[in-house]
Design a binder for this molecule. Structure first.
Ligand SMILES: Cc1ncc(COP(=O)(O)O)c(C=O)c1O
Length: 477
C-alpha cells in the first residue's frame, strides 16, 4: 500500500507491514483477519483489525514499536512521557487522576469537566473543589476559569489543578496566569485538551498546554485530529508528577488487548502534524474562514462565534459555532433540517449548533454545508432572542456527601417533585457536551429539575440519568 506517512510513523508501518507479511496466526484475535470466510459482513468489520501483541509487534513486544512511537510523540509535544490509549480521553483522564494522590485528597477541578473526570474522581477517591467558569454575558459562553477561582481553591490545599482547555465551545482560560499561580504552590496542572489535538503547531492556533508550562495534557486523536475512534494521547512532565505512578495507573485501567488501528492512527496523526501540519492547518483555517464569511454575508448580525468575541488567543479559530438565538431560531431545528441533506452536526441545542471541522474536510465539504445551511437559516429565521445561559454552564453545585460515597451508597427512585432537596445518586449531563449538571452526592434543586426538563423538551439528549424520562430521579436512601 502506498503511504508517504509510514516512513515517519513506525506503528503505521507495522500495521501495513502486517498485511504484507501474510502471517498465519495461531493467536488472538480469533477472527484471524479471515472472518469473511464465515460471513462477508463480519469480515468487513474485523478483517482489518490487527492487535498490538502479535500484530504491530511480536507477542512478547520484542520490537518495541509502541514505545518507539510513544517516544516520537513525547518528543514532538515536548513531553517527558507519552502513552497511547485505545480507551479515549476517558481512559487517559482516569489514568492521570488515579496517579495524583490518595483517597480523601482534594483536587481543584473545573465544573465544565467532562463526565470522564467525574468517574475518575470516584475511582481515585478524590474530592473536587469545583471551579466555576466565567460566562460572557453577550454570547452566554463560558470563557474559562478566572484566576480568582483558583485562588479560592488554593486555600483548601488541592493536590492538583485540572482544567478542560479548550472548552467544548472553543474558549480557553488565561492559562499562563493559572499555571504560574498553581506552580507557585507546587500544584501540578493537568489539562484535558480532548478537543485541542491540533493546538501548538501553527502561529494562528493557540499553543498547546505543555508549551504553556502545564504538567500533563490529555487529547483525543479522534476529535480535532483524524485518528481512529477512541484513540487518545496522555502526555506528561516529570517535574511535579510521578511518571512511574502514571505508568502504573495507565496500565491498571487500559485493556490488555489494545487494537492496533487506534494506536497506529495516533502515531500517524503525530507524523501528519509533524510533516504536513502547518500546510494542513493553513488549509483548514482558510476553509473555515471562507465558510463562515460566505454564510455570514447573508445576515446582518454576527451569527458565528469568532476570535473577536474573546480576549486574544482565548478562542480556537477553527471552531464553527452558530449562534442560533441571534437568528431567532432553534439549533435543534437546524440540526433536523440538515439531516435531510445527510449532514450531521456535532452538537445542537436551543441556542447553539456546533460543526466540527478538521484537517480531513476539504473546500467541497464546506461548499456543500454552506449550500444546505443558508436556505435553512433563511427559512427558519425569526426575531433575535436573548442569550439563555445553558444549564451546563450555569450550575453552582451544592455538595451533600462525597462523590465516591454517593456512588456506592444505597439509592431509591423518587418523583421529580420529591427529588428537590434530596442527594443525587446519578451523574446527569446534557450530551454533548457531557458536562455534569448533577454529580453523585450533590443536592438536587428546583432550578436543576426545571432546567433539565426544559433542556430535554428543547430536544437535547439528557445522558446518564437512570430514568431518562426525568419523571423520577435516583437519590441516596
Ligand atoms: C473535554 C472532554 N474530555 C474527555 C472526553 C472523552 O473523550 P473520549 O470520547 O475520547 O473518551 C470528552 C468527550 O467528548 C470531552 O469533551
Amino acid at each position: 500500500m502506498t503511504s508517504e506517512l509510514r516512513k515517519s510513523a513506525p506503528l503505521l508501518d507495522a500495521y501495513l507491514s502486517y498485511f504484507e507479511a501474510g502471517r498465519l496466526p495461531f493467536t488472538i484475535p480469533g477472527h484471524k483477519q479471515k472472518a469473511h470466510r464465515l460471513d462477508a459482513g463480519l469480515g468487513a468489520l474485523v478483517d482489518a483489525d490487527v492487535p498490538l501483541y502479535g500484530g504491530l509487534d511480536e507477542i512478547k513486544l520484542t520490537q518495541g514499536t509502541l514505545r518507539k512511537a510513544e517516544e516520537l510523540a513525547a518528543s514532538f509535544w515536548g513531553a517527558d512521557y507519552a502513552r497511547f490509549s485505545t480507551g479515549g480521553s476517558t481512559h487517559a483522564n482516569q489514568a492521570i487522576v488515579m496517579a495524583l494522590g490518595k483517597p480523601g485528597d482534594k483536587i481543584a477541578v473545573t465544573r465544565t469537566a467532562h463526565r470522564s473526570i467525574l468517574s475518575a474522581l470516584v475511582l481515585a477517591g478524590l474530592e473536587p473543589i469545583w471551579l466555576i467558569p466565567e460566562i460572557d454575558l453577550v454570547t452566554g459562553i463560558p470563557t474559562g476559569i478566572p484566576v480568582s477561582e483558583l485562588e479560592r481553591a488554593l486555600t483548601q490545599n488541592p493536590i492538583a489543578l485540572l482544567l478542560t482547555e479548550p472548552g467544548y465551545l472553543g474558549t480557553i482560560s488565561e492559562l499562563p496566569a493559572l499555571i504560574t499561580r498553581a506552580h507557585e504552590h507546587s500544584v501540578p496542572v493537568i489539562i484535558d485538551a480532548a478537543w485541542g489535538g491540533h493546538f501548538g503547531f501553527h502561529e494562528s492556533i493557540p499553543k498547546h498546554a505543555l508549551q504553556l508550562g502545564a504538567d500533563a495534557l490529555i487529547t483525543s486523536a479522534h476529535k480535532a485530529l483524524p485518528g481512529y475512534s477512541a484513540s487518545a494521547l496522555l502526555l506528561a512532565q516529570g517535574n511535579l508528577l510521578n511518571l512511574a505512578r502514571i505508568e502504573q495507573s495507565f496500565e491498571t485501567t487500559h485493556t490488555t488487548s489494545p487494537a492496533g488501528a487506534p494506536l497506529a492512527s495516533i502515531d500517524a496523526c503525530r507524523a501528519l502534524l509533524q510533516t504536513r501540519g502547518h500546510e494542513l492547518i493553513d488549509r483548514l483555517l482558510s476553509n473555515v474562514t471562507n465558510f463562515k464569511s460566505a454564510v455570514q454575508s447573508n445576515f446582518k448580525d454576527s451569527i458565528f462565534l469568532d476570535e473577536t468575541h474573546f480576549p486574544i488567543g482565548r478562542f480556537d479559530p477553527v471552531k464553527i459555532i452558530l449562534r442560533a438565538n441571534v437568528l431567532g431560531l432553534s439549533g435543534v431545528d437546524v440540526e433536523q433540517q440538515l439531516q435531510k441533506s445527510n449532514i450531521r452536526v456535532e452538537m445542537a441545542d436551543q441556542d447553539t449548533v456546533v460543526f466540527l471541522a478538521t484537517l480531513a474536510d476539504d473546500s467541497d465539504d464546506f461548499k456543500y454545508l454552506e449550500s444546505a445551511l443558508v436556505p435553512i437559516l433563511k427559512v427558519l429565521q425569526g426575531p433575535i432572542r436573548e442569550t439563555q445561559i445553558s444549564l451546563s454552564w450555569s450550575i453552582e453545585p451544592i455538595a451533600g456527601i462525597s462523590t465516591r460515597d454517593a456512588y456506592f451508597a444505597d439509592s431509591e427512585f423518587v418523583s421529580a417533585v420529591d427529588a428537590v432537596g434530596r442527594i443525587s445518586a446519578d451523574l446527569i449531563a446534557p450530551y454533548p457536551p457531557g458536562v455534569a449538571v448533577l454529580a453523585p452526592g450533590e443536592i438536587i434543586t428546583k432550578q436543576i429539575v426545571n432546567g433539565l426538563a426544559a433542556t430535554k423538551k428543547a430536544g437535547v439528549r439528557i445522558a446518564y440519568a437512570s430514568d431518562s424520562t426525568l419523571a423520577t430521579y435516583r437519590v441516596i436512601k
